[in-house]
Write a protein that binds this ligand. Structure first.
Ligand code: DOR
Length: 428
């Protein structure tokens, strides 16, 4: 396929390693056809789908079912996270590894509302007693089991025992302002969960990844562990880089996510940790809810917003503003995740003339994010009205254009990607 990229930059296909498409389980919020259409529109050639679906990706059987379900709808390539449910699926971890998960995710506490948790955990009746909080011993067993696979254990670093106490206190005080939300899930909750994770990972020999890091002190802790030579990586998301608690007045409940967006000082520190390489990945945590669900008081609405379509423009705008270089953006969105999750060089690089994943970007094209124009089913975004410069103009998946100048072609081109350790890497 010939393409004219005059005046544009031709980049290795950009990736989003943190996407919740709600498929199956909550397809009224989003489904994989729409989330991957939004991905293609946003210059993303590969997404990693999160496993907290209903049913969850908790066993090899459900992994294969999910591959079948998503393959029918995939507009870009996808990898699948497996979920760790403590004792419930310790015996499934090895088989999930063999099946080809990207890595394992552990929600160290509630990140979705209790009802959704109940759905995920009660998927079989005998799961009733194991809804979090987890005991440390159980968590350590997860670390040990995942260590045997050599794959990454990615944690949502908000330990439930602590945040439950803190949020209860705030709730009893009757406060519903944004600061109260952060006080219920403060930076030190993230920090202490990271610290426990670091010591468990060190002793169990686990490759640890901290998901969506939100606090300066959390990121510093990761940096210190990296300096000691420990196997730990971390990612952050545009909402932690471009928003802070101070924006709540303007943006409103759309920006409620877990962990909550923290303060300006945290934002500044996260940029520093990007600069020094501590944070290796930027991803969206695309977590749609319906607009009706997000319309309510801050305390009771669910956490999560769309992001798979807006990450690349926001990061390119940051390049134009001189916050990072284009090389850094490519590393954060393509090369580093591809290497970290053992997909390199199939992903994260390209040889001219081969059927590679490519994202072509125009650094001079200006944009205004309009929520009603987003391609995901849900239009919940904290960036409605945000203007900037730098747009993806063409998205190419394994040699086939899927988006060009905001038009879609070759729908349903996407296939499963597996880490290179497993025999086949891409199944279409
Ligand atoms: O805000 C969030 N929403 N954070 C998470 O970690 C989970 C996600 C969801 O699935 O809604």
């Amino acid at each position: 396929e010939e393409t004219d990229a005059q005046g544009c930059y031709v980049l290795p296909g950009l990736m989003d390693t943190h996407v919740h498409s709600r498929d199956p389980g909550a397809t009224h919020k989003e489904d994989f056809y729409y989330s991957t259409l939004a991905a293609a529109a946003g210059g993303i050639t590969t997404v990693f789908e999160m496993p907290n679906t209903v049913p969850p990706v908790n066993s090899a059987k459900n992994f294969h079912k999910q591959v079948q379900n998503l393959s029918e709808k995939a507009n870009v390539d996808f990898g699948l996270w497996g979920i760790c449910l403590g004792q419930l699926n310790l015996n499934d971890i090895q088989a999930l590894d063999d099946a080809g998960v990207i890595g394992f995710k552990f929600f160290w506490g509630y990140a979705v509302d209790r009802n959704t948790y109940a759905l995920i955990y009660n998927y079989k009746p005998e799961m009733e007693n194991v809804i979090p909080p987890f005991k440390d011993g159980e968590v350590y067993q997860i670390f040990r089991e995942v260590a045997k696979t050599g794959k990454i254990l990615a944690i949502h670093a908000e330990n439930n025992e602590l945040i439950q106490t803190l949020t209860n206190e705030v709730e009893e005080s009757g406060r519903t302002d944004y600061e109260a939300l952060v006080e219920g899930r403060p930076d030190f909750a993230e920090l202490t969960t990271i610290q426990t994770g670091i010591s468990f990972a060190k002793h169990a020999g686990t490759r640890l990844h901290i998901l969506h890091i939100s606090s300066g002190i959390g990121a510093d802790e990761v940096k210190n562990a990296q300096n000691r030579g420990e196997a730990i990586t971390t990612e952050t998301c545009p909402h932690f880089l471009f928003l802070s608690a101070e924006d709540y007045e303007d943006v409103g409940p759309q920006m409620k996510v877990y962990p909550p967006v923290k303060y300006k000082q945290d934002q500044d520190q996260l940029w520093e940790r990007i600069d020094d390489g501590t944070i290796s990945v930027v991803c969206s945590d695309h977590a749609p809810h319906t607009e009706a669900e997000k319309d309510g008081d801050l305390w009771s609405i669910p956490a999560g917003m769309c992001g798979v379509e807006t990450t690349v423009p926001l990061m390119l705008n940051a390049v134009n503003e001189g916050r990072i270089t284009l090389q850094q953006a490519v590393a954060l969105l393509s090369e580093n995740p591809a290497k970290q999750y053992d997909l390199y060089p199939q992903k994260g690089s390209f040889q001219p003339g081969t059927d590679a994943d490519i994202t072509i970007v125009d650094l001079d094209q200006s944009f205004e994010i309009k929520r009603e124009e987003l391609h995901s089913k849900s239009k919940v975004s904290a960036y409605d009205g945000f203007t900037g410069t730098g747009m993806p103009v063409q998205t190419i998946v394994r040699g086939k254009t899927v988006m060009k100048n905001n038009e879609f072609v070759n729908e349903n081109q996407g296939g499963l990607v597996k880490p290179s350790r497993t025999s086949e890497t891409i199944e279409s």
